[in-house]
Structures are given as C-alpha cells and as structure tokens.
Design a protein around this ligand. Structure first.
Ligand SMILES: Cc1ncc(COP(=O)(O)O)c(C=O)c1O
Ligand SMILES: N[C@H](C=O)CCC(=O)O
Length: 430
C-alpha cells in the first residue's frame, strides 16, 4: 500500500481479527479491485476524509443515501433535536406519520407505507405481503438485480454477490429459493415464458426499475410498461425495488420518471437520509393485509425510530422544498460525457450508462442491458482505474458492478476535477 494509506492498512488488519473480512458489508471489502479498504473518518458535503487526513471527492455517498452530501445542516439539526427528545420509545410518534404522509404524497404507487430498518427488511416484507395478498408463492426476479440479503432473493444477485462471484449463497436452502424464478433483465419474452409455465402461480415480479447493482443498467423503452401489462393480465403484483432510485431519480422515484406505477414499492437509502431506514408501501387494499389490520405479520422494535425519522424527514423536506434534480441532471450528464470523452481519447473500449445521478463507466464494448453483458466487462482494468483515481483523490465504487452517485453537494468544479483525473489515469492505462 502507498504510504498515505499505511494506517488504514494496519487498522484494517486489526479489524480483520474481530470482524469477518474486516467489514460489516462485503460491498466495502474492495474484493473487486484488490487491496485493502481505506478507513474513513469524516465527511463534509461531497468530500470524505480518511483516518490519515487524505481527502476524496466522494461518489459513493454511503452507497446512495447521501443525495444531499455529508452532514447537510438541516439534516444534522433535526437529528440533534430528535436526539435530545429521546432515541426510541417503542410507541407511535408524530414524525412517523409525517414521513409516511410525505412518502404517500410523493410516490405514485404508495397509499400506505410501513417503515423498516433496512432495504433488506423492506424487500422480505414486500415479498411476504405479495404472497399473502395473492395467495400465490412464486416470485420472478431478474439476474443481476439485488434486493438485499433476503434468502429467497439471493439468487443470481448483483452487487457484492456478483463482485465476489457468489451466484447463490451457502446457507440458503433450496427449499427457500425453489419458488424464485430468475429471468433476464430487459427481456419481456423471458418473463412471458415464465408466466406461461406458471399460470396464476406467480405472486410478484420484483425488480430494480433502473438497476444499480450490476453497474447502472437502464430499462429498455417499453420494458417496464410490458411488465405492467403482463402482471396485470395474470393477477400478479408488480413490485419496484426503489431502494436506490427512490427520491433520487426524481422526487417520486423511477416510477414517476418512467410513468409506470407498480403495485408495491420498496424504499430505503435516501428515505433515511443516512440513518438506517427502509420502507415498503403500495395500494391501501394490499397494505391492509399487514398486521395489525391484516394477517401478514411484519414487525420491528426500532422501526420508525425517532432519529432515523428525523433524518429522513429533513432530507425529504429539503428535496421537496429545493428540488436538486435539474442540477443533478446537469452535473451527472457533464460527468458522464467527460468520462466517455476521456476513455474515447485514450482509445479504451468502454460504454457509459447513466440515469439521473446514477452512472457507470463500463470497460465493455457493448451497451450493457443485462447481467450477461455486464459480466463481460474488463474488471481487471476497472481495478487499476479505481486505484489510480483514488490516488488522485476521487472515491469511486470499488467494483465494476456498482453505480456511482452524484450528490447535490457536488459542484461543476468537482466534476471538472474528476474528469481531469480520469483523462490522466486512462491515458496511463491505455
Ligand atoms: C436495490 C436495492 N434493494 C435492496 C437493498 C438492500 O438494502 P440494505 O442494504 O439497506 O439492506 C439494496 C442495497 O443494499 C439495494 O441497492
Ligand atoms: N450495492 C449495495 C447496495 O446498494 C451496496 C451496499 C452494501 O450492500 O453494503
């Protein structure tokens, strides 16, 4: 390790003695780029500072939640206020209703919403509700989509499962995944085939409407609309996992951007503004299946806890009152164009994919529209690119199979600096 990361190396080795792989989530382990993770100490706006004082322009934003950047003053102030009132009561609070009302007003599919502590919890609860509501068991998921570490969905999952080459995890019994049908993203024929094989047996089609977990992959025109038609015709539920895209691609998420309304939505990341939150919501008749109104059991000691609700509420209010989406679009499109041009100038085979403030520079000759194409990317080159960018103070995803996130705290100067660094690095790697 270069000398500026000596302390990180030592501290990471120390962590490995008491934490599996030294990390509390495998996506942070640098498995896709080699070497040790850098331990971070603080964040401010779009910048991260590591434990040795090195600074980075941060394009991770904690893997998506920090759309306003680190320590946005309005978010910090509301968390501090909540902290002084009490961290948890195990009883309903006003903030929970306020967050729920905001989500209902913003997200087209959501008439009622239940809070959880993570996207994983929200996904597993949404699947249970879909099964309870339809009295069917089978679930369609798409190769390369990631919905958290839910047993029944941990099949050909994207994110670190792809980075680390774990197509299906030991510890997940076949009996748990036998009702999971995996089909190809952006391939309506594959979906139709599954419905033909299992008529009126499929509870839900679950997907990331824009995928962030095999790198950024956009839905082809007509794909989401096609899924809406197929599910409606069969009586299956359409479930959008908007943990990454919710409140990021627009205030109403990908469903608002693409004009396709699912039956259920899964939320996380931005909705917690950097504290642990997930949520699932949908039409009232479906959500009323959930206990205590209905019989589908779902619960959580700390669900909707005051600190997380304060952080989420402050973030959502900020997004509603000063929408950053036009600025995010401008910054992100300038970044995508800059990366594209830098790779073209260096003569490096690549393709850039972007939707709003999420994007990926794939070292891949083909437009990436599904998992198989994504997996043909040059991950070795990506690893070299990642480290050289880090040396220049740009913190990118530590895997080819993760998206990069631009925040409202980034400025044109940060984007220009990043593009300059990319030009230098790719010229060296050509
Ligand atoms: C689309 C998607 N769904 C679900 C999850 C799971 O969320 P969490 O990590 O909060 O459990 C993630 C991220 O991890 C995600 O990106
Ligand atoms: N891609 C993952 C989720 O979005 C990254 C976060 C994690 O699993 O730690």
């Amino acid at each position: 390790m270069p000398t500026q990361w000596k302390k990180s190396e030592q501290e990471f080795e120390r962590a490995c003695k008491s934490i599996p792989g030294g990390v509390n989530s495998p996506a942070r382990a640098f498995g896709g780029v080699g070497g040790h993770p850098i331990l971070m100490a603080s964040g401010e706006g779009p910048m991260l500072t590591d434990i040795e004082g090195n600074q980075y322009i941060d394009y991770i934003g904690s893997w998506g939640p920090l759309i306003l950047g680190h320590r946005h003053p309005a978010v910090v102030a509301d968390i501090e206020k909540a902290l002084h009132e009490g961290t948890t009561f195990g009883a309903p609070t006003l903030r929970e209703t306020e967050v729920a009302e905001l989500v209902v007003s913003a997200v087209p599919s959501v008439e009622k919403v239940r809070m959880t502590n993570s996207g994983t919890e929200a996904s597993l609860s949404a699947v249970r509700v879909a099964r309870g509501f339809t009295s069917r068991n089978k679930i369609i998921k798409f190769a390369g989509c990631y919905h958290g570490h839910v047993d029944s969905l941990l099949v050909q999952a994207g994110s670190a499962a792809t980075t680390l080459g774990i197509p299906s995890s030991p510890g997940v019994p076949e009996s748990t995944t036998s009702d999971t049908i995996v089909v190809r993203y952006n391939d309506l024929d594959d979906v139709k085939r599954a419905f033909k094989e299992h008529p009126r047996a499929i509870a839900a089609v679950l997907l990331e409407p824009v995928v962030g977990n095999m790198g950024l992959v956009r839905p082809k025109p007509g794909f989401l609309e096609g899924l809406r038609e197929i599910t409606q015709a069969d009586g299956a539920l359409l479930v959008f996992d908007e943990v990454m895209t919710g409140f990021r691609l627009s205030f109403g998420g990908a469903q608002q951007l693409f004009g396709v309304t699912p039956d259920l939505s899964i939320l996380g990341k931005v909705i917690g503004g950097g504290l642990p939150v997930g949520a699932f919501g949908g039409r009232a008749e479906i959500m009323d299946c959930v206990a205590p109104v209905g019989a589908v059991y779902q619960a959580g000691t700390l669900s909707g806890n005051p600190l997380a609700m304060a952080s989420g509420l402050a973030t959502l209010r900020q997004l509603e009152q000063s929408p950053p989406y036009t600025t995010l679009e401008e910054l992100s499109s300038a970044l995508a164009e800059g990366l594209d041009q830098a790779a073209t100038d260096a003569g490096i085979v690549h393709t850039v994919a972007r939707c709003g403030s999420m994007l990926t520079l794939f070292f891949n000759p083909d437009a990436v529209h599904d998992y198989d194409v994504a997996c043909r990317s040059n991950t070795e080159l990506y690893g070299k690119f990642f480290w050289k960018m880090l040396e220049r103070g740009v913190y990118l995803p530590c895997s080819q199979f993760e998206a990069l996130f631009v925040s409202a705290a980034h400025t044109k100067e940060h984007i220009d600096q990043t593009v300059e660094a990319t030009k230098e690095v790719l010229a060296q790697l050509a």
